[in-house]
Design a protein around this ligand. Structure first.
Ligand SMILES: Nc1ncnc2c1ncn2[C@@H]1O[C@H](COP(=O)(O)OP(=O)(O)O)[C@@H](O)[C@H]1O
Ligand SMILES: [Mg+2]
Length: 341
């Protein structure tokens, strides 16, 4: 995650999101951010916080999927001394730690139902007791939530409380996957090259047209996180092969959403060249072995082609054809040429 809040974009869709961020950053409205994994939900959440007048106050992230219910509850709301075995002293929760700033509830759909009820209450009252406590703690914290799951579907299935959904979904930001804003790939690449170049203190060349083409055509199921990882690897190894061989090019239209195939940039026969064929591969190995065997035999006979043809049990004309085909040459090839051809 970009701790410094760098939010790179140039597509129209992301420009719209930037406008929404600008408009709501300095309010206290709750925002629900949706989008596939790696699209930049956390980047957007941080950007909202950093554009608000509370930017000097904490931005506290909680991954709601990472902890079982009891631990998540104490993580969020804290506990009093003696609240449970092992609670040797009072501990504030993430809500308290985020006082004056924002709390980012990531993977919000994963919150177990009983905790959803408690969270709803906290959102309404802005106060809650720590676990094992009687007195309420008041907090002034902005709520930002995110999910890569279809939260509306979870509501329909009864896995996510509808009232909590409406509380969170005051403003909804839906971040499109990278494959729907491929025009941003070049500036993102530029950004990650300089970011990781600095981090590893390495100066790397900008990408060749071919490598960039591979990136432009890739399906990016892992979105910007996947792109950043591949550029990081390129910076570390300094070799474009990690891009060209590391990414399986788009070969199946199954992945694509309707209408996407037509929008793909033309591939200039790249996939044709890259497609592996067993027959071609085996053919190459056989040819290498054959030419080596013929050359060895010719050297053995000091380029006496008749003798070599006999030893190889092929006729003279076939041998001559193969010598030409493989461009075979040796110490005695020209002398013998005059004698035998
Ligand atoms: N617009 C962007 N500009 C710069 N870096 C980005 C952008 N979007 C995502 N990233 C980077 O990609 C990675 C994944 O982003 P993140 O916000 O964690 O995605 P999500 O929360 O949607 O899974 C992070 O390392 C982040 O820094
Ligand atoms: Mg995330």
């Amino acid at each position: 995650m970009e701790e410094n809040g760098t939010f790179i974009h140039c597509s129209e869709k992301m420009q719209e999101i930037q406008m929404i961020i600008d408009q709501l950053a300095d309010t206290d409205v709750t925002v629900l951010i949706q989008g596939e994994s790696g699209v930049g939900k956390e980047v957007v959440a941080r950007s909202i916080h950093l554009n608000s007048s509370h930017r000097e106050n904490p931005f506290v992230k909680v991954n709601c999927a990472a902890l079982p219910q009891e631990l998540l509850e104490s993580e969020l709301f804290g506990y009093e001394k003696g609240a449970f075995t092992g609670a040797y002293c009072q501990k504030p929760g993430k809500f308290e730690l985020a006082e004056g700033g924002a709390i980012f509830l990531d993977e919000i759909v994963e919150i177990p139902l009983p905790l959803q009820a408690k969270l709803l209450q906290v959102l309404q009252d802005k106060e809650f007791p720590r676990l094992g406590g009687r007195q309420n703690v008041r907090v002034s914290v902005r709520i930002l939530a995110a999910t890569n799951k279809n939260i509306e579907e979870s509501v329909k299935k009864g896995q996510f409380r509808e009232d909590l959904y409406y509380r969170l979904n005051v403003v909804n930001i839906s971040i499109p996957p990278l494959r729907e804003r491929r025009e941003e790939i070049p500036i993102l690449v530029e950004h990650f090259l300089s970011k990781h170049g600095m981090k590893y203190n390495k100066k790397v060349d900008s990408l060749s047209g071919r490598a960039m083409q591979t990136l432009l055509e890739h399906h990016w199921l892992g979105n910007i996180r996947e792109l950043e990882n591949i550029i990081q690897r390129y910076v570390v190894f300094g070799n474009e092969r990690v891009i060209i061989d590391g990414l399986v090019p788009l070969t199946s239209k199954d992945f694509l959403q309707e209408g996407e195939a037509e929008n793909l940039p033309k591939r200039e026969g790249l996939s044709q060249k890259k497609r592996f064929s067993l027959r071609t591969a085996v053919g190459k190995v056989v040819m290498e072995k054959e030419s080596k065997l013929i050359l060895d035999t010719l050297e053995l006979t000091r380029w006496n082609r008749k003798e070599a043809a006999m030893m190889l049990n092929i006729n003279y004309r076939t041998l001559m054809y193969k010598i030409k085909k493989y461009g075979l040459k040796g110490q005695f090839s020209s002398i013998r040429e005059e004698l035998y051809v």
